[in-house]
Ligand binder design. Structure first.
Ligand SMILES: [Mg+2]
Length: 378
């Protein structure tokens, strides 16, 4: 007997929702958020997941919505129909056999956690720690700011959002747009917890930039160099006191273990979409804990279903910094969840305690923003 009972039906819905402002990715900007919502149905309920591709140069074809749809429809969904799941280990085992875009895997894998949680009457946060731990605190939310043409616009953007209560500020940097931006933010906002994300845009020839940034008491330098430039990242980490954070480098357990072994960073950003779901994210979280490396939970960003899964992940004990997970209203003109993801006045987001994910899809919103929908039944 499985906990979930056999999966009878899977529904994929591709939605497009405009960003409020263009979102900076490596290689350009995007104005529309693509997401494929995954509904996995059995006798124990409907599990929800989000495949949230971002078409950046780093993600390549695997970051395209079309590729993800193909992977889900032709490989993952046929493997799910008729299958039931007894526990988390079975989800991890089955998902690890999928040779597909990590975004597509994340969409289906997280939906299975939701379904299993409903079958076991446990929230996903409880499944993650595999005990009856009660989660009665929210997770801390950090403000992430986009790339602006001028420092004045950057400062204005932070000013507009920071009063909402966020626990830290993250600004993008790239060569030529770095030290002066950080100096200006420090002058305007004093000792606000501050970090920078370079998205892999520097080389080891530019370590001096980070030596200067080292004086600004930043929480971390996120992904200063290209994902595979472990030598450059390690040389930088040796040269500065500020911790280097691995984001695009940390795409799998093996790559993360290798990067940590070589001294390429002291903090890891866990992203469900990049890692292919909650199982791999938990495994890397536990590796980091054993290695004395701290974690936090990043976002692509995702719509509400994807962010809700990340909220549960961020309750793990080695997640020591505020998350990029933020309220629905931060990036998108609308969202598809009930309720919307909300920020408290103290900059936290509540962790749902209901079985499974604790968020639902709004059918009206889903219909409003859908560009493609398909039902699969056994
Ligand atoms: Mg990043």
């Amino acid at each position: 007997m499985t906990t979930t009972g056999p999966i009878d039906r899977v529904v994929l819905t591709h939605v497009q929702i405009p960003f409020k402002e263009p979102f900076w990715i490596v290689g350009g900007e995007v104005a529309i958020k693509d997401a494929i919502l995954v509904e996995v149905e059995s006798a124990s309920g409907v599990g929800l997941g989000e495949c949230s591709p971002m078409a950046s140069l780093l993600a390549g074809r695997s970051g395209l919505a079309e590729t993800c749809w193909e992977d889900l429809a032709t490989q993952i969904v046929p493997d799910l129909l008729g299958r039931g799941f007894a526990d988390v280990d079975e989800i991890v085992a089955v998902a690890s056999g999928w040779r597909a875009s990590p975004f597509a895997i994340a969409g289906a894998e997280t939906a299975l956690w939701d379904l299993l949680g409903q079958g076991l009457h446990a929230s996903i946060a409880e499944l993650l720690v595999a005990s009856g731990l009660r989660i009665d605190r929210g997770i801390e939310s950090g403000l992430a700011i986009g790339l602006y043409a001028s420092i004045v616009e950057l400062i204005q953007a932070i000013e507009v959002h920071l009063s909402a209560g966020y626990r830290r500020v993250k600004i993008p940097i790239r060569p030529g747009q770095d030290i002066e931006s950080v100096r200006a933010v420090r002058q305007h906002f004093g000792d606000v917890p501050l970090m920078v994300d370079a998205r892999g845009t520097y080389t080891s020839a530019e370590i001096d930039v980070f030596r200067e940034l080292d004086d600004f008491d930043l929480l971390m330098f996120e992904q200063p160099m290209a994902p595979d430039d472990l030598d450059g990242l390690a040389a930088l980490q040796k040269a500065v006191a500020t911790p280097v954070c691995l984001d695009e480098t940390a795409t799998s357990l093996d790559r993360t273990a290798e990067a940590i072994r070589r001294g390429a960073g002291r903090i890891v950003n866990l992203k469900l979409q990049q890692l292919g779901g909650l199982g791999p994210a938990r495994e890397i979280h536990n590796l980091c804990y054993r290695e004395g490396v701290q974690c936090w939970v990043g976002a692509m960003p995702e719509l509400g279903i994807g962010q809700a899964h990340a909220i549960h992940l961020a309750t793990l004990s080695n997640c020591k910094y505020p998350s990029d997970v933020g309220p629905s209203a931060r990036w998108f003109v609308d969202d598809v969840t009930i309720p919307l993801v909300e920020l408290s006045e103290t900059g936290t987001i509540a962790v749902p305690t209901r079985p499974g994910l604790g968020y639902l899809l709004d059918p009206v919103k889903l219909r409003r923003y859908q560009v493609r929908r398909e039902e699969f039944a056994r």
